[in-house]
Design a protein around this ligand. Structure first.
Ligand code: TRP
Length: 338
């Protein structure tokens, strides 16, 4: 008898999200979107939030707030295009759930300022954005994130490697709350895939703001141009020179996206022996990415209307609100402020 797939995994409550700050790229796909799709396919109860409050923690300025609406729509389109399905996965906007602010307020009292000051992401953000003194809101970024997770009683949090330190804070807060008031929240577990896709320029990470990313929304021509201009192996002058596969982003992308792994390993071997040129391998990558992105482009067309996106957000809100209200009620009751 065939095993029922739902009995093979214990289904879990999953929560994750992204700040709406621009289009998602192939690195996001490899780093987190792929894991979300798998969790969705396995029948887990997945919640994904558009973290619009978090998008303001680096400075709440007019030039940012005016872009939030459009960035939120763009993020939603990326989600839907890759196959996140609002029928199965609850997709919602953080600011549609004001309960998160109250939970974050309570959580803020369970963690110290020095602890938050030590979070490595904070230091990186301050350096990158030239912020001399963090605002209360920026320091509290992991507290708000902990509230996001706990509000839906999230057990599993698929995130990129850089988010591990935030998850650690969330776990500490939850432990402290449960220790003091009894178990209200599950201790969230980070699901870190650890795969980081290099940039087209050969730098270690593909990044939105680094100008080295291939977006999920890039058209065919743009992808081709980006691939043909990619960094490969600087030690290789002629196609007959021995090539390096390690540290070569063209092969990293082939490993991540090609479905024919035999063909990839054949190309690697030829490349290392100096028997195939960069151009040929890049042309193959263009074809591989075309195959990967075509269904994403098709789905994107279906979900382009603003009205449809509004409906999806409205439905997400209606699904998450009762959950949030109930969790907050339990938290208030546990503390004794009901
Ligand atoms: N901090 C996450 C990021 O920058 C976004 C985020 C906000 C998030 N709230 C969350 C991720 C809750 C996981 C769970 O990508």
């Amino acid at each position: 008898m065939m095993a029922n797939p739902s009995t093979l995994f214990r289904t879990r409550r999953v929560l994750t999200g992204d700040r709406p700050t621009g289009p998602l790229h192939l690195g996001h796909y490899v780093g987190t979107l792929k894991a979300r799709l798998e969790l969705q396919e396995q029948g887990n109860e997945v919640f994904i939030l558009v973290a619009d409050y978090h998008a303001l923690t680096r400075g709440i300025r007019r030039e940012k707030t005016v872009r939030l609406k459009e960035n939120t729509r763009e993020l939603l389109r990326d989600y839907l295009a890759v196959g996140l399905d609002p029928k199965r996965t609850t997709i919602y906007r953080q600011s549609d759930v004001p309960q998160v602010a109250e939970l974050a307020l309570l959580f803020g009292m369970l963690v110290t300022v020095p602890r938050l000051s030590r979070v490595p992401v904070l230091k990186e953000v301050m350096r990158d954005e030239q912020i001399e003194n963090p605002s209360f809101g920026l320091l509290g970024y992991p507290v708000l994130q902990a509230a996001d997770i706990a509000l839906v009683k999230g057990e599993l949090v698929p995130v990129g490697k850089d988010q591990a330190s935030h998850l650690e804070v969330a776990r500490e807060i939850v432990r402290r709350f449960n220790g003091e008031f009894g178990k209200v929240f599950p201790e969230p577990e980070a699901l870190i895939k650890g795969e980081v896709l290099p940039g087209t320029d050969g730098s270690s990470k593909m990044g939105k703001s680094l100008g080295n990313a291939i977006m999920l929304s890039d058209d065919e021509k743009t992808v081709k141009e980006k691939v043909m201009g990619m960094y490969t192996d600087p030690t290789r002058i002629r196609p007959t020179d021995f090539g390096h596969v390690e540290g070569n982003p063209v092969f990293a992308y082939l490993d991540a996206f090609a479905t024919d792994s035999q063909k990839v390993s054949d190309y690697k071997e030829l490349y290392q022996k100096g028997k195939v040129g960069d151009v040929e391998v890049k042309k193959y990558l263009v074809q591989v990415l075309h195959e990967f992105l075509s269904p994403i482009r098709e789905r994107r067309k279906e979900f382009s209307a603003e009205k449809d996106l509004e409906i999806i957000l409205e439905e997400g809100k209606n699904k998450v609100l009762p959950v949030a209200q109930e969790t907050l009620r339990q938290a208030r009751q546990a503390i004794g402020i009901e």
